[in-house]
Design a protein around this ligand. Structure first.
Ligand SMILES: O=C(O)CCC(=O)C(=O)O
Ligand SMILES: [Fe+2]
Length: 201
């Protein structure tokens, strides 16, 4: 499971949603290549948010790409999507071929080390296609990723490896939260790409 594309994706959730872990889409070397390219070519910016009326700037960096300059409101800030880079088109194609889904945008996150993560949330923003698939491609440091059922509080966790793909769809966002926990054990960067479908309103 460490370094291969799984013949049958692992079903991660016990109930009320649909999350599949596909394992790694590519060799370690190829994943290293993409990681270096992404660190180098993506227009990384610190995320800004307004939380409890306070303007904060995150240590984590983000970027937002898409078919059109979609504006996307995410944790209280609005961004306009940049045109795809060649590497992102490449990765989007690989993800679409593997999952049989289509995506029109991608949110990227750069966590410099284990002191950066993402708190419990669900990706239910109003400009996302309802119950649409979200494909999460990871590069760099292997990190734990957790789901928490909104009602039962059940927690399910999985480690996302270098070059691996996880797909969330169906009622997952309605019934579960997810997070990337902080960890003292990780000193290396991780880049995560979430391919999404934005609906025009
Ligand atoms: O970094 C990750 O694996 C997840 C990121 C995430 O949940 C998000 O961008 O909404
Ligand atoms: Fe998320």
């Amino acid at each position: 499971m460490f370094d291969e594309l799984l013949k049958n994706p692992i079903s991660v959730l016990t109930q009320d949603g649909d999350v599949s872990y596909y394992g790694t889409l590519m060799s370690w070397r190829e994943a290293d290549f993409y990681l270096a390219q992404l660190l180098d070519t993506v227009a990384w910016q610190h995320d800004e948010a307004v939380i409890f009326g306070k303007h904060i700037i995150t240590k984590r960096k983000v970027a937002w790409y898409g078919d059109k300059p979609y504006s996307y409101t995410y944790s209280n800030t609005t961004k306009s999507a940049l045109p795809w880079t060649p590497q992102l088109v490449d990765l989007k194609t690989q993800v679409e071929l593997t999952t049989g889904e289509k995506f029109n945008s991608c949110l990227l996150n750069l966590y410099h080390d284990g002191s950066e993560g993402m708190a419990w949330h669900s990706d239910g923003e109003t400009d996302l296609k309802k119950n649409g698939a979200i494909a999460s491609l990871s590069f760099g440091a292997a990190r734990k990723f957790s789901f928490k059922h909104k009602r039962t509080k059940d927690i399910v966790s999985i480690t996302l490896q270098h070059g691996s793909l996880l797909v969330m769809k169906g009622t997952t966002q309605a019934n579960w939260l997810h997070r990337l926990p902080l960890t003292k054990r990780v000193q290396e960067p991780r880049v995560n790409l979430t391919f999404r479908t934005i609906v025009n309103r």
